[in-house]
Design a protein around this ligand. Structure first.
Ligand SMILES: [Fe+2]
Length: 282
């Protein structure tokens, strides 16, 4: 936890949809997702101030195999920050449970967990529907979420799940959304301490309001789903500037405030100072 102007602050970096393949294999025969993740790790390591936690919001690998998860772990090894992860539709719960041991809420099945980070509860919600690309939260998952959010506390809760609970307007992705988003919305409306719903899956940044709070989709470090708002276009991907999200929570009234920044990955010109040593605008 970092502090500025004496207000407690928590920085959560979110990376998403890594789609790591076994060593040497490209995704879609074109995208070097391993190199993209390596660049992302480098960016996270050099970011200041240091994020308090890195959340990986699903699709850690492209096709689940021990080889792919082992490759993922090798790529994440240089990361100097704590990590928490949830699965996406490209992941396998059992392989993930074995590869990324965390304190999961359930002994088997869905990989839900909670991380206390500074003054914030980070809720990692598994929205996977086994065997399907779309997301769901079954009765057990909804009950777990309701219980966690019911904890009497002044701590805000930031929620992470793979499947967006809202339509982004890209038809072939929207059919894979969280199917029972209404159940999630009903829970969020009952618990004011839920302040953010952060998803992945769409490989591009989006922002809306869901159940009265901010809801985001995190961009990917690799390929982006093309911004095709015309449903007649064939599902496509593009190579756009890679990025991750940085959610900055600052303490304050009503569970504080969250601001989400999009951080581009790469080496860019600058920074250049606006003012010279005398304080004059250059
Ligand atoms: Fe996905």
């Amino acid at each position: 936890m970092t502090a500025r102007n004496s207000q407690p602050r928590v920085l959560i970096a979110q990376i998403s949809d890594l789609h790591v393949k076994p060593t040497g294999v490209l995704a879609y025969q074109r995208v070097d997702t391993a190199a993209a993740l390596a660049r992302c790790v480098k960016e996270l390591n050099r970011f200041t101030p240091r994020p308090d936690l890195v959340v990986i919001s699903g699709d850690l690998v492209d096709r689940p195999s021990k080889e792919a998860y082992d490759h993922l772990i090798r790529l994440l090894t240089p990361l100097e920050l704590p990590v928490a992860a949830i699965p996406g539709n490209h992941d396998d719960r059992d392989l993930m449970r074995a590869t990324l041991p965390q304190s999961y809420a359930f002994a088997r099945g869905a990989l839900h967990s909670v991380r206390e980070v500074g003054g914030v509860d980070v809720l990692l919600i598994d929205s996977v529907t086994p065997g399907e690309d779309y997301g769901t939260l079954n009765a057990d998952s909804l009950a777990w979420l309701e219980t966690v959010l019911s904890t009497p506390t002044t701590r805000p809760a930031l929620l992470f799940l793979h499947h967006p609970p809202f339509a982004a307007g890209i038809a072939h992705m929207d059919v894979q959304n969280l199917r029972n988003a209404g159940d999630l919305a009903a829970i969020l409306r009952r618990h004011r301490r839920a302040r953010l719903v952060a998803a992945g899956h769409v490989h591009r940044a989006a922002l809306t309001n869901f159940a009265g709070i901010a809801a985001t989709i995190c961009p990917a470090p690799n390929h982006a789903v093309a911004l095709d708002l015309d449903a007649r276009l064939p599902p496509s991907f593009t190579i756009e500037p890679p990025a991750f999200h940085l959610h900055v929570w600052t303490a304050g009234e009503d569970f504080g405030a969250v601001v989400t920044h999009q951080v581009p990955i790469g080496d860019f010109d600058g920074p250049y100072r606006f003012f010279d040593a005398r304080g004059a605008l250059r």
